[in-house]
Write a protein that binds this ligand. Structure first.
Ligand SMILES: Cc1cc2nc3c(=O)[nH]c(=O)nc-3n(C[C@H](O)[C@H](O)[C@H](O)COP(=O)(O)OP(=O)(O)OC[C@H]3O[C@@H](n4cnc5c(N)ncnc54)[C@H](O)[C@@H]3O)c2cc1C
Length: 425
């Protein structure tokens, strides 16, 4: 370590250039540290951060482990197009994760995790706004809110009551009928009859996480961070309670501090040094439909309640994403499951674009049982975790990166980390 302007400059290696690792690298660089990112792909944001749902759920980030999940699993059991599909394999880590996840599906656990989730998501939202303004990053962002659509009045009323119970009015949505929903998003006119109403979260946003990640990596590089693409992490070398080096397929790298941001692949590297974290891949899909020549694509982002599918406009494309499939590290694209997403999208917005040209994609959400990331120190004094961001990593990435940079700089993070550190498991 060397001293610079009265502060300690640390040489840091960040593993993984998804949206999470890239944000950590950016903040570490801005804090004055010497940062190198190790990424196996030839660019940033090419795995789970590539074609996700795009929603920045600043005021609606909530764990997926809800009391409704067991009922939904039962209701859709055996259907290939189920929103939640558990393909259990002879894999102990999968069974153990599934049991722990189901254990979180109680009202009390859900509410506890939701409070933590919103603490991080609102913090992260401020960080995202600051970064995009200071770096002038364009990522097809839309700041006109998200409409959550419900087919039944009962469900709408229940969700509205739960949201209005927040003491902080920033979390209160506008509960509206479909006439008002169509005023907010005229493209809903064709399908409004199928819905009872909506909750409008005017402050949530959307945008292309991949574009953001690539632009943030470029900004970090301009400021002096190094991205080593095409380098795969193999093993961490430890001694006396510290990480000494990392072995990669391109040789050995050394640093003062190390940040684990390999998404779903983090547990595979961590377990070789005796750290077990309950992160398991939860596969999801997206379809991206070109909207050119069509007038019926929404501008406002949408959350379709019955199938839990999100949609957002990304320039001249409409992205729709969702579904959860517990099936290990398999990244094959299921025609049935992607077709289910496409069908819901085309039924809602019949003239949104050319469905035949939709691009289908699958990504692995790095999911913990309580659906919250793991941030902070490990038992190795110079190894930090910034991983396990699950279904909300685009929303949480900037805040998490800022927190890790503060910790490595010896500063108190801006928010309380209770419920986010590894010792909760
Ligand atoms: C269908 C779908 C929809 C989603 N929708 C939303 C949404 O609307 N809003 C939201 O907030 N979040 C959403 N998410 C979640 C979000 O995309 C993830 O939480 C986020 O992308 C995770 O980022 P990450 O950087 O941790 O992982 P990744 O983006 O996967 O990055 C990890 C990086 O590590 C690299 N890597 C792995 N192993 C090695 C190795 N051994 N050596 C070197 N490099 C390695 C990978 O190449 C990768 O680049 C969605 C996810 C999916 C799948």
């Amino acid at each position: 370590m060397r001293r610079n302007w009265g502060e300690i400059v640390v040489k840091v290696l960040v593993f993984g250039a998804g949206v999470v690792g890239t944000a950590a690298a950016y903040y570490l660089n801005r804090a004055g540290h010497e940062v190198t990112v190790i990424e196996r792909n030839q660019g940033a944001g090419l795995e789970t951060s590539f074609a996700n749902g795009g929603i920045v759920s600043a005021f609606t980030a909530r764990p997926w482990a809800t009391p409704e999940v067991p009922r939904m699993l039962f209701k859709w059991f055996g259907r290939q197009d189920a929103p939640y599909l558990f393909r259990l394999r002879p894999d102990w880590s999968q069974w153990s994760w599934a049991l722990r996840f189901l254990g979180q599906c109680t009202r009390r656990r859900f509410e506890q995790s939701q409070a933590v989730s919103l603490r991080l998501s609102t913090y992260s939202y401020g960080c995202l706004q600051e970064v995009r303004d200071s770096e002038q990053i364009q990522y097809d962002q839309r700041t006109d809110g998200v409409l959550h659509l419900f087919q039944s009045q009962q469900q709408l009323d229940a969700e509205a009551a739960a949201e209005m119970a927040h003491a902080d009015s920033r979390f209160h949505p506008e509960a509206i009928g479909m006439r008002r929903a169509v005023e907010i998003e005229p493209a809903l006119a064709a399908s409004a009859g199928g819905y009872a109403g909506a909750l409008y979260f005017a402050q949530d946003e959307s945008g292309d996480a991949y574009k953001f990640t690539a632009a943030l990596a470029a900004a970090a590089e301009r400021h002096g961070a190094t991205f080593r693409y095409g380098v795969a992490v193999r093993r961490l070398q430890s001694e006396n309670g510290r990480i000494q080096a990392v072995d990669t397929d391109q040789g050995r790298f050394e640093a003062d501090a190390y940040v684990m941001s390999l998404g779903s692949f983090s547990p595979l590297i961590l377990r070789k040094i005796g750290i077990r974290v309950p992160i398991y891949p939860l596969k999801g899909y997206s379809v991206t439909i070109p909207t050119g020549g069509h007038q019926g694509a929404p501008g406002v982002a949408i959350h379709e309640g019955s199938r839990r599918i999100v949609m957002c406009r990304i320039g001249d494309r409409l992205r729709a994403a969702g579904t959860a499939e517990l099936t290990g590290y398999d990244l094959s694209i299921s025609p049935t499951r992607t077709q289910a997403i496409l069908d819901v999208t085309m039924a809602l917005f019949p003239d949104c674009g050319d469905a035949a040209k939709a691009e289908r994609w699958a990504g692995l959400r790095p999911m913990t049982p309580d659906c919250l990331p793991i941030l902070g120190r490990t038992r190795y004094t110079n190894l930090y975790m910034d991983t396990g961001h699950g279904s909300t990593g685009w929303t949480y990435a900037c805040g998490s990166g800022r927190i890790i940079a503060d910790m490595i700089s010896g500063k108190q993070p801006d928010i309380d980390l209770a419920g986010l550190t590894a010792d909760r498991f």
